[in-house]
Write a new protein. Structure first.
Length: 644
């Protein structure tokens, strides 16, 4: 018997059973859900989900007992996750008919889950009040609640037998080998015959041909046959690459206020150049990063034209032009921080943004009057000179009050930021500022001209909750004080790395280190805002903000060099709860080169993480291990995202 459809062929042969896994896998894949996170502020509710049990007419509540033979806990978890009876038990269906329909639908879902774990000879029994669901009449009267049982015997574990693939790219290039990810393939003889391994291989084969400039590559034949005499699954895949292509016309649709010509420019796609999926992905990200669009959908032409050109259409949805936002944070030693902003998008039709920020911090850290504030106005224009270059203008007024100094600053800055690729970004600016600072050296005024420059390499897999990758930063700022004639250079750099232990990312080792130096001027000639201070939530936890460094008598004056590091073990206890023991260490020094004259300060503690769709909510408690006079006994910190 042959069943053909959509270019695919499934075959049954004597002694073997048809494995129709792909439709079931596609239809019944279950995404991990996140619990709703909601809060109320000034009578308004944010991020509120509907967690109430849905009420339906003639609802039929039920109890559920799922039994999976054997001791494979992961398989049992997969069955429960696949079962609609299990997932939706708090939302009872309408009447007996609804419960029967839900139960019958579970057969396909559980079969897909078994195939996903390599079990192709299983049996499933679903019964309502002891009656097999296939024999249950829709008009049967059931008790409240009705007892439902699901019994699963997974049968023997199957492994892959003969693997036959036609259409594999010959002599893969470096990019193709990366796309194929051959080292991660589970589709190989003798491996557990998980259905996902076949789907993974298909997607990688198509990706490899697309990397070669074949946008219409597809799997045109898939034949999967299981032999129940040998418990082996044979797989045949035929991949057709289709024609090579070059980019054709680039069109944009769905926009009203953004200039269409500007949107096309921001894609960076040149018609007539060879097709490359990475170029398309980068174009999508550029448009998203402008901040002007709520969604960016890429529609490739159905066919490659006779001229070898493939048209590309970007369907864009614009964001609202005005946005108001804010945030609150608190630390025991640093006090509370309130911040708010107003944003105007797409000011002149080229995705420009004008933003006004107000920040009030260190509230309650000391005296009520000893708070810090920032008022800032920022203008940003994406896509100047090239689609990957942004221009920024900034004006700000700031007062910073910490235990070590008080400063008042008025500054203006203009700069450019260029993204070389997905990982590497460089920025450079011209900065002019006036400062009035009171510290251990008295009251001083500064008129600074500086050239801040930064280089950022970010290969982390996630910005808020990384589990792998590296990030490295390097910043320099040559500056001159026009009032005193002081000329100096500030340089600092840092690196952080992440390593997941095991394959499920539940345990992640995270480490970071940083160092800095200031050369060209004595400590007293350098503005206190430019010297190095350690301590606080983003530094050595357990110590007060900016209170670790060299001293004159009992006053911290800041250093001209520093060394700092942190180590965390991030353990995810459940899908939403994690614990993080950590240790921070660091010291700042009087001289441009660390001479280790200052004692390393060490803070240690443990943190709690609550993982949400926005990122992990962080609550850390830290104690200073070599506490000195004036240091707090402990401190706690609350924020969004991991500490680094």
């Amino acid at each position: 018997m042959k069943i053909a459809g959509a270019g695919l062929l499934f075959r049954c042969v004597p002694g073997r059973r048809l494995i129709a896994l792909f439709a079931a896998s596609a239809l019944f894949t279950v995404s991990a859900g996140f619990p709703a996170l909601a809060f109320e502020l000034f009578g308004r509710k944010f991020f509120e989900g509907n967690n109430e049990t849905a009420l339906v007419p003639d609802a039929q509540p039920y109890t559920l007992e799922i039994t999976v033979a054997g001791d494979d806990r992961e398989l049992e978890k997969a069955v429960r996750n696949a079962s609609s009876l299990s997932r939706d038990i708090k939302n009872p269906p309408p009447g007996t008919a609804g419960l029967v329909a839900r139960a019958r639908g579970d057969y396909g879902r559980i079969v897909a889950a078994l195939y996903g774990r390599g079990y192709y000879g299983g049996s499933i029994t679903i019964a309502i009040q002891g009656v097999p669901v296939e024999n249950m009449q829709p008009d049967t009267t059931l008790p409240d609640p009705a007892p439902v049982t699901v019994t699963v015997d997974p049968g023997p574990l199957f492994k892959f037998g003969v693997i036959h693939i036609e259409g594999m790219p010959a002599t893969p290039t470096k990019d193709e080998a990366k796309a194929l990810a051959l080292d991660k393939w589970e589709l190989k003889q003798g491996a557990v015959a998980r259905s996902g391994a076949i789907l993974f291989a298909e997607s990688r084969l198509v990706d490899a041909w697309r990397q070669r400039g074949h946008p219409k590559a597809a799997v045109t034949k898939r034949e999967v046959v299981a032999d129940h005499r040998t418990n082996l699954v044979d797989v045949t895949l035929i991949v057709t690459p289709g024609p090579m292509a070059r980019f054709g016309a680039v069109e944009v649709t769905g926009i009203k206020r953004v200039d269409p010509q500007y949107a096309r420019f921001m894609t960076g796609i040149e018609p007539g150049t060879p097709y490359d999926p990475d170029v398309v992905d980068r174009a999508r990200k550029r448009l998203q990063d402008t901040g002007a669009f709520a969604s960016v959908a890429v529609i490739e032409g159905d066919t490659v034209g006779p001229d070898g050109l493939l048209p590309i259409t970007f369907n864009l949805t614009e964001r609202r032009r005005h946005l108001i936002g804010g945030g609150v944070s608190y630390a025991t030693v640093d006090g509370a921080t309130l911040q708010g902003y107003w944003l105007h998008r797409n000011l002149f039709g080229h995705a420009e943004t004008l933003r006004f920020d107000a920040v009030l911090s260190r509230i309650g850290a000391n005296d009520l009057k000893d708070f810090s504030y920032t008022l800032a106005t920022t203008f940003r224009r994406p896509g100047v000179f090239t689609p990957d270059t942004d221009a920024t203008l900034l004006l700000n007024a700031e007062r910073e009050f910490v235990d070590t100094y008080e400063s008042r600053t008025f500054a203006g800055r203009g700069g450019l930021e260029h993204r070389f690729n997905k990982q590497l970004t460089m920025s450079a600016a011209v900065n002019a500022e006036w400062d009035r600072i009171e510290d251990a050296f008295g009251k001083n005024r500064y008129l600074l001209i500086s050239l801040p420059t930064s280089l950022d390499y970010d290969a982390r897999d996630d910005k808020l909750d990384p589990t792998s990758g590296l990030r490295g930063t390097f910043d320099t700022e040559p500056f001159a004080d026009l009032l005193s004639g002081t000329v100096a250079v500030i340089a600092k750099g840092g690196i952080s790395g992440y390593y997941a232990v095991g394959g499920d990312d539940r345990i992640v080792l995270a480490a970071r280190g940083s160092a800095g130096t200031i050369v060209g001027a004595d400590t007293e000639d350098i503005p206190a805002t430019r010297r190095f201070y350690l301590g606080g939530g983003g530094s050595i936890r357990g110590y007060e903000y900016r209170t670790v460094g060299p001293k004159i008598v009992d006053e911290v004056i800041g250093g001209r060099s520093f060394l700092e590091g942190s180590l965390e073990l991030r353990y995810r206890v459940t899908d939403t709860i994690g614990i993080v023991p950590f240790v921070d260490v660091g010291a700042a020094y009087k001289d441009p080169i660390p001479d280790f004259s200052e004692e390393f300060r060490v803070g240690a503690g443990v943190g709690l993480r609550y993982h949400t769709p926005l990122g992990p909510l962080r609550f850390d408690v830290a104690v200073p291990l070599n506490r000195q006079s004036g240091d707090p006994h402990f401190a706690f910190y609350v924020g969004l995202g991991q500490s680094f």
